[in-house]
Design a protein. Structure first.
Length: 454
């Protein structure tokens, strides 16, 4: 894929996710006590394997420990006792489906090491038996395609860092149509500073901890991935921590939660199908996820459909839930309360477990249109929505079609064990020279309201 085509694909993916967004914890299957947050990477990244001294490619044969400069098509499997192959800027490694096998166990080597490279390509490779199957370290704009990374890391100790694919401090990379499975720690790790990483049509399954871990970066795009949990059931299938602007679309998640953790903000997850996998928002100390959205998704057969731990300002919209052991759960404190907001996302029958510092907000879409007595739309009318206690919920002006943008209105609060209705709502509209209108409505489902100015 050329750089031009790759850039177009990334921009298209971003446009699709951002357009849909504008339209509208750590553990999988934990017990009732909640085992707490998914463990973060506790061990530092090992010192990079020094690039091999021998140059290869563009006429020269590449073997274990070599550094690729140019283009090379691997013609046979490699069995390495030390380092694998290092890939430099502008180089292309095509393994033709061959396998690069490392020494196995608890080693510090990387099978394919894209080191400080810009515009490098790795495709059609299988990597196994390494500390990390493939690592992109610094640089930018690299492309990984059709790589299978499996059985990397230490299968005995499961030492953290045994990843299939790893991106560290490298920006604007594309990973697509890869198969990452049965690694001894995480499947795919997108680490700190790895901004604008794009992952497309990739599978990450059966890895010991997280299947996809997005950590301390901005603008990661994930589309069309399949994630299925591993053996450590307290780990999330998709774990987003201290990240900003992450976009996830069209994913399938099974046997491990979707977790938005720590200081994450501006995360949009949409059109995701989850099975045996709930939605979790989790604070990490005083780092609180806020301003994140799960949109148009499906959750079924989870331990908890949705859980909140000391997180606020996050919304689940237009999402369906089925057959969870607990419909919702939340834990907070006076200093850090927990608030879950569900808009047009009714919970299934089942227990709701909220402590004294936790609130579940249930709301709906309210569309308001303003018309004159002849039925014509009124432009520029001021619309105000207030709850039953007179608190203003929303103020907006009608557009040329007489409508305001769809309002997401909380109609019911459940705090601890007390349920408080916030309706009837008082909805009013006015425009100088055109008149006024007002009415009170209950809101127990999505609704379109027409106000006629007189």
């Amino acid at each position: 894929m050329s750089c031009k085509n790759r850039s177009g694909l990334v921009l298209l993916a971003l446009a699709v996710l951002l357009g849909a967004a504008c339209g509208g914890g750590g553990g999988g299957r934990q017990g009732p006590s909640g085992a707490g947050a998914t463990p973060g990477p506790g061990a530092p990244t090992p010192s990079p394997t020094p690039p091999g001294m021998a140059g290869c490619g563009s006429g020269g044969t590449c073997g274990c420990g070599d550094t690729l400069q140019g283009e090379y098509n691997l013609t046979t499997d490699l069995q390495c006792d030390g380092a694998g192959i290092t890939v430099t800027s502008g180089s292309t490694l095509d393994c033709g489906g061959h396998t690069i096998t490392g020494p196995g166990g608890d080693n510090s080597q990387f099978g394919i090491y894209v080191f400080q490279a810009t515009g490098a390509t790795v495709r059609n490779c299988r990597v196994t038996g390494w500390r990390r199957g493939l690592r992109i370290d610094q640089g930018a704009g690299n492309h990984v395609e059709n790589v299978e990374a499996f059985a990397n890391g230490d299968p005995v100790s499961h030492r953290q860092g045994g990843y299939g694919l790893d991106v560290g401090s490298s920006t604007d990379n594309l990973i697509e149509t890869c198969n990452v499975h049965d690694n001894s720690d995480e499947g795919i790790h997108v680490g700190g500073g790895s901004d604008r990483t794009t992952i497309l049509n990739t599978s990450s399954t059966g890895n010991y901890r997280e299947q996809l871990y997005i950590l301390q970066n901005d603008g990661t795009i994930v589309m069309g991935v399949n994630l299925q949990g591993g053996n450590q059931t307290s780990s999330a299938a998709l774990f987003i921590k201290d990240a900003t602007g992450t976009r996830v679309g069209g994913a399938t998640i099974r046997d491990g939660n979707l977790t938005i953790h720590g200081a994450s903000t501006g995360v949009v997850v949409q059109d995701v199908v989850q099975s045996a996998s709930g939605i979790r928002f989790e604070a990490d100390g005083n780092l609180v996820p806020t301003g994140n959205t799960v949109l148009r998704s499906q959750v079924s057969d989870a331990f908890e459909c949705v859980h909140d731990r000391s997180a606020i300002g996050n919304t689940v919209t237009d999402t369906t839930f089925q057959s969870c052991s607990f419909s919702a759960g939340a834990t907070g404190s006076a200093a850090q309360p927990a608030v879950i907001t569900l808009i047009n996302s009714p919970l299934p029958a089942g227990p709701i477990d909220l402590d004294e510092s936790s609130t579940l907000e249930i709301g709906w879409h309210l569309d308001v249109e303003v018309r004159d007595p002849g039925g014509n739309p009124v432009t520029g009318a001021q619309v105000t929505i207030a709850d039953r206690d007179g608190r203003t919920v929303l103020q907006a002006q009608s557009g040329s079609d007489g409508k305001i943008p769809t309002a997401d209105v909380v109609a019911t609060e459940i705090r601890a064990s007390a349920t408080t209705p916030l309706t009837p709502l008082r909805v009013s509209a006015s425009k100088s020279g055109s008149g006024t209108a007002a009415t009170s409505i209950d809101l127990g489902a999505n609704r379109l309201l027409t106000l006629v100015l007189r």
